[in-house]
Design a protein around this ligand. Structure first.
Ligand SMILES: [Zn+2]
Length: 400
């Protein structure tokens, strides 16, 4: 085995894991296996183990496997095409007219304060041309990669992601798995943990949504607060799939400061790899520094991913004081000072139309253009910025 492995790798060039899986399957079914192949296959089971070794040390984008060194600056939590109708928040009667009006300049501030009360605003999927332009702008601003976290329930469109990656040159990593409970279908709710695991594994190894385009990360896996039964099953399936694949995971926690730790405990008990898991949305979830440090000790990546969002009355939890970008940067500086510079990742989580520059929003380049200079004036060094934008995402996204 030790001897045959390099021979195998030298002689056959596999574009991605599916090629390898298909190759092994095809070759094992022929009557005339070569001596080399017989040697290779004796004592090993062709299938998942070999496929996994093809993924190991690589990052899986919608265009195939890439070397982690190619990623460059990476936003670890964005959406390029999705729908968010699941989370529509009815406006007050006084706002009904404006909520139904087309998006125009004079409504932009209202929209910024009430993004979830305009049905039109929830259809990011209608803005592909604007998103493409933004991705080209992102590249010019020095961006390399975007993790596109749209999962089942909020209209993942993996074919479009592939097209956008081809047309813009931005590496795009797609997400496997399921969003929050309100988006689970009855069929999903009835599934066993084993069935859910199979689906997630297949989205990574073979492709999602009936295509051969593969996901490179599990998540964002959606959870509510309290965590529902169906979400608990999905979390267990996520951990099982991660244990099999050695892949990155990203979690959307419920809006309660106890939610991130509760999710981590479920993943841990089910065999998940917390060191390879991102906890998203900390900016709207944990507000107390002591609590933040307690959570940080659990070992996940810590994600501040609502850069650019300032909203006074956060409809999903009125208790939340959404931080400003200055306060977010202060949180990053605090975590850096506490020794967590290897665990921080950041993003904008664009998920509605008004976040795009076309509608007066911050777009995908706000962090590179505005937040990085601010970080540098707040005690975060250039090499720490590079860790947050390049090294940490690269380590997280690389398959074990
Ligand atoms: Zn998201």
């Amino acid at each position: 085995m030790i001897h045959t492995e390099p021979v195998f790798r030298q002689n056959y060039k596999f574009v991605d894991s599916r090629d390898l899986a298909e190759y092994v399957r095809a070759e094992t079914s022929t009557n005339h296996q070569s001596y080399r192949l017989r040697t290779l296959l004796s004592g090993i089971s062709p299938g998942p183990d070999k496929v996994m070794s093809a993924l190991s040390g690589k990052v899986q984008t919608v265009l195939g496997l890439v070397d982690p060194g190619q990623l460059g600056r990476t936003m670890t939590h964005e959406h390029l095409t999705m729908t968010f109708e699941c989370c529509y928040f009815p406006p007050s009667p006084a706002d009904k007219a404006v909520s139904e009006a087309p998006i125009e300049m004079k409504n932009l501030f209202w929209l910024k304060q009430n993004p979830y009360s305009s049905p039109e605003n929830l259809l990011l999927c209608q803005e592909l041309e604007a998103v493409k332009e933004e991705l080209l702008f992102y590249r010019r601003a020095g961006g390399g990669t975007i993790v596109e976290n749209t999962t089942t329930g909020i209209s993942r469109d993996i074919k479009t992601l592939k097209r956008l990656a081809k047309e813009t040159g931005v590496h795009i990593v797609a997400g496997a798995g399921f969003y929050v409970d309100v988006t689970h279908s009855n069929e999903t709710r009835k599934m066993t943990v084993e069935k859910l695991t199979d689906i997630i594994v297949s989205e990574v190894l073979h492709g999602a949504d009936g295509t051969d385009i593969k996901c490179g990360v599990i998540g964002e896996i959606g959870t509510s607060w309290p965590i529902t039964d169906s979400e608990q099953k999905v979390l267990k399936a996520t951990a099982h799939a991660q244990a099999q694949l050695g892949c990155p995971v990203i979690i959307h926690p419920g809006r309660n400061s106890a939610a991130p730790a509760a999710v981590v405990r479920i993943l841990q008990e089910a065999g998940g790899d917390i060191g390879k898991t991102v906890m998203s949305h900390l900016d709207r979830t944990i507000f107390d520094n002591g609590e933040l440090l307690e959570f940080a000790k659990m070992g996940s990546y810590l994600e501040y991913d609502l850069f650019g969002t300032e909203i006074l009355n956060y409809p999903y939890n009125l208790e939340v004081d959404m931080p400003s970008d200055s306060q977010r940067v202060r949180n990053l500086a605090f975590l850096v000072a506490e020794g967590y510079e290897d665990r921080i990742v950041i993003a904008h989580d664009v998920h509605t139309k008004n976040r795009l520059t076309k509608y007066g929003g911050h777009g995908y380049s706000h962090i590179l253009n505005n937040i990085v200079p601010k970080m540098l004036t707040r005690g975060i060094s250039q090499s720490q910025v590079d860790k947050i934008l390049i090294d940490n995402p690269r380590h997280w996204l690389t398959f074990k």
